[in-house]
Ligand binder design. Structure first.
Ligand code: ADP
Length: 352
């Protein structure tokens, strides 16, 4: 449409240059002090699904977002769909539908960019056993095009952070399982990724080494302020490392929150006991008396009752007056194990 306003052309030019400036703005710091990297979610997953050839529905439509700097856990037993999810996020498994973005880059349509901002430590070793730790990291830095002086500094820092400085000249074949895993994590960080994926980082390690490795990851996290997505079937690991945890069961997220919030849902204390025979009658009796809520559950012969506002003494009195034959009665604080068992136990019961 034509206009007689003599200033309109100038106004349009101003509008165009403002729009260009807008597009360039991601490189600039915005007024609230957050730059574009800080604003864009590190990971955005929407309705993501994977059905393998042959029909196994490994991931059945999951959604989650991970903020920059967050440590996010995918927690579930073997076969839950954790590795498939990590595979899709790291572009090694093609999603059947839905989308996943890393720092804004779509893993399906922009796989190179998505890979460029992330690193992964898989369960299987990828370091070269014949080479020294130092050579492994040097080769990786060259592959990623990290400039030599920066790579030298970065490798020194990382090796120090994971406690391997004394071992760097030795062939990796002589490392223990825990040392090798720490080297793999350092290797993954050489490229300064925005998102680090750790797939079952402590699997196969003995308990002491597991704790050492977890310490190393916690230390790195504090230093690097990076985003970590970690899969695990160890509940204590999720509780120790993660800001938020998605509990995965049979390809679906059944709960997603901070470990504290997940635990708070079960109240401050749990009563647990064993039953000889069926657990149905004692559970029903405690429910009738209002001691047990819907979140009480049984696994095998063991009954778990989150007490919420009730005192343990009320529960014991109820057990006594109902003449329930129970043994090994104890109270304790809830763990993520209870959260998981409660959620998945309920589902298994539903399906039965
Ligand atoms: P998790 O990492 O939680 O143990 P996975 O993602 O490895 O779970 O597996 C989820 C399901 O998908 C399992 O039933 C597994 O057997 C199946 N699965 C995994 N990889 C493949 C594949 N390449 N082909 C067919 N089925 C697979």
């Amino acid at each position: 449409m034509f206009t007689s306003d003599p200033n309109s052309h100038g106004k349009r030019l101003l509008a165009v240059s403002a729009a260009v400036a807008d597009e360039q703005r991601p490189a600039l710091r915005s007024i609230d002090g957050l730059d574009e990297h800080t604003r864009t979610p590190a990971v955005e997953v929407a309705r993501l699904r994977k059905t393998y050839a042959g029909g196994v529905e490994a991931v059945k439509g999951i959604d989650f977002t991970v903020a920059p700097g967050e440590v996010f856990g995918l927690l579930g037993p073997n076969g839950a769909g954790k590795s498939t999810t990590i595979g899709m996020l790291t572009t090694t498994v093609v999603p059947s539908s839905g989308s996943a973005r890393l720092a804004g880059y779509d893993v399906a349509t922009q796989p190179l960019l998505a890979r460029g901002v992330s690193s992964v430590v898989f369960q299987d070793s990828v370091v070269d056993g014949a080479l020294s730790g130092q050579a492994n990291l040097d080769v990786h830095a060259r592959l990623w095009g990290v400039p030599a002086p920066r790579a030298k500094r970065r490798i020194e820092e990382l090796v120090d952070a994971v406690g391997l400085s004394d071992l760097m000249a030795r062939p990796v074949a002589t490392y223990s399982g825990g040392q090798r895993r720490r080297l793999e994590i350092a290797r993954a960080l050489v490229s300064s990724p925005r998102v680090l994926f750790l797939d079952e980082p402590t699997v196969g390690l003995d308990p002491r080494i597991r704790h050492e490795l977890l310490d190393a990851i916690v230390g790195l996290r504090a230093r690097e302020n990076m985003t970590i997505v970690v899969t695990t079937h160890y509940l204590d690991e999720a509780q120790r490392l993660c800001d938020r945890v998605a509990i995965i069961h049979e390809g679906r997220i059944v709960s997603l929150d901070s470990p504290e919030a997940l635990l708070a849902g079960l109240g401050p204390e749990i009563l647990e006991f064993r039953v000889d025979g069926s657990t149905d009658a004692p559970l029903a009796a405690l429910r009738e008396r209002g001691i047990a809520r819907a979140d009480a559950f049984a696994v095998g012969a063991r009954v778990t009752v989150p007490l919420h506002e009730h005192a343990a003494s009320d529960a014991l009195a109820a057990i006594e007056s109902e003449r329930l034959h129970v043994t090994e009665i104890a109270t304790r604080i809830p763990t993520l194990d209870d959260v998981y068992l409660q959620l998945t136990g309920a589902r298994i019961a539903e399906a039965a």
